[in-house]
Write a protein that binds this ligand. Structure first.
Ligand SMILES: NC(=O)c1ccc[n+]([C@@H]2O[C@H](COP(=O)([O-])OP(=O)(O)OC[C@H]3O[C@@H](n4cnc5c(N)ncnc54)[C@H](OP(=O)(O)O)[C@@H]3O)[C@@H](O)[C@H]2O)c1
Length: 262
């Protein structure tokens, strides 16, 4: 077996438990990813702002026989990101081999009426926090010669919608970081990739399901995605089966951006 085929494989035993940190794992895509990575053998750091939902994800993992800790952080606040990094470093008893930069949220408005704080929130949550977390954990992965980072982007890296400019720009920056980190850490065994979800049926869009019906009717898959559809892609990207996949973005939109309706 080549050295690369080990990338992303949970290492247990003498080298200790292999850990995965999934941001935004108190809900939706992040929760499904955290539960899935635990099934794959990782001990998981669950994080978000909501204490009850963080504990619920941890308990879901534990009930399935996995191992998890939950740590609270507001990733739109740099001091809170720094505190999370220190807490993770203190709490885990093995290498952090997987980082999933998933936490994200809305706050949409036309450019001229987007408050500066909203712009800053998007860029801290979607770009700066992943940047800080990667800066904190990727060097140790590189030193060990293996590790995986997955950034959860959005179709906004491919196409624009009016009224979401700050969100889209911040996700676009994250998309570029996938390539920057592939250049930086890839040669030392750290694989960095992205997933770009289309419409995924999670709590974030619960209130606009009726409005999404028309769009989803035109999606070749004939439905919106489930959180598990994205989680499965992340699980694949961090697995040895993806050991030659570096710096790509996997679009998970049921075919939405591949077709035009004639
Ligand atoms: N669902 C879709 O259709 C879709 C489409 C494209 C992209 N995405 C992306 O997929 C990712 C996950 O979205 P989702 O659909 O799973 O949404 P969700 O169910 O609302 O989950 C969002 C997660 O992000 C966390 N989060 C939000 N703001 C945070 C903050 N300031 N600090 C720390 N954590 C924060 C939330 O945790 P707390 O509430 O506990 O803080 C929650 O765990 C996001 O990056 C989103 O942009 C989703």
């Amino acid at each position: 077996m080549s050295q690369n085929s080990h990338q992303g494989t949970p290492a247990t035993g003498t080298s200790g438990t292999s850990w995965a940190l999934v941001t935004g794992s108190t809900s939706g895509i992040g929760r499904a990813t955290a539960v899935g990575l635990a099934e794959d053998g990782y001990a998981v750091v669950v994080t978000g702002r909501d204490r009850d939902r963080a504990a619920e994800t941890r308990r879901m993992i534990e009930a399935a026989g996995g191992r998890a800790i939950d740590l609270l952080a507001d990733l739109s606040n740099s001091a809170s990101v720094r505190a999370l990094i220190a807490q993770v470093q203190d709490a885990i008893d093995g290498p952090l081999d997987v980082l999933v930069n998933n936490a994200g949220g809305g706050g949409f408005a036309p450019t001229e009426s987007t408050p500066e704080e909203t712009f800053d929130t998007h860029f801290t949550l979607h770009t700066k926090a992943p940047f800080m977390l990667t800066g904190a954990f990727a060097p140790a992965m590189a030193e060990r010669g293996h590790g995986c980072i997955v950034n959860v982007g959005s179709l906004s890296t491919l196409m624009a919608a009016a009224g979401t400019a700050a969100f889209q720009a911040s996700k676009g920056a994250l998309s570029m970081l996938t390539k920057s980190w592939t250049a930086e850490y890839g040669p030392r065994g750290v694989r960095v990739n992205s997933v770009d979800p289309g419409v995924i049926l999670t709590p974030t869009n619960e209130g606009i399901r009726d409005a999404l019906k028309g769009l989803l009717a035109k999606v070749p898959a004939g439905r919106g995605g489930e959180a598990e559809d994205v989680a499965n892609a992340v699980r694949f990207l961090v697995s040895p089966k993806a050991s030659y996949i570096y710096g790509v973005t996997l679009t998970l939109d049921g075919g939405q951006t591949s077709v035009v309706t004639l």
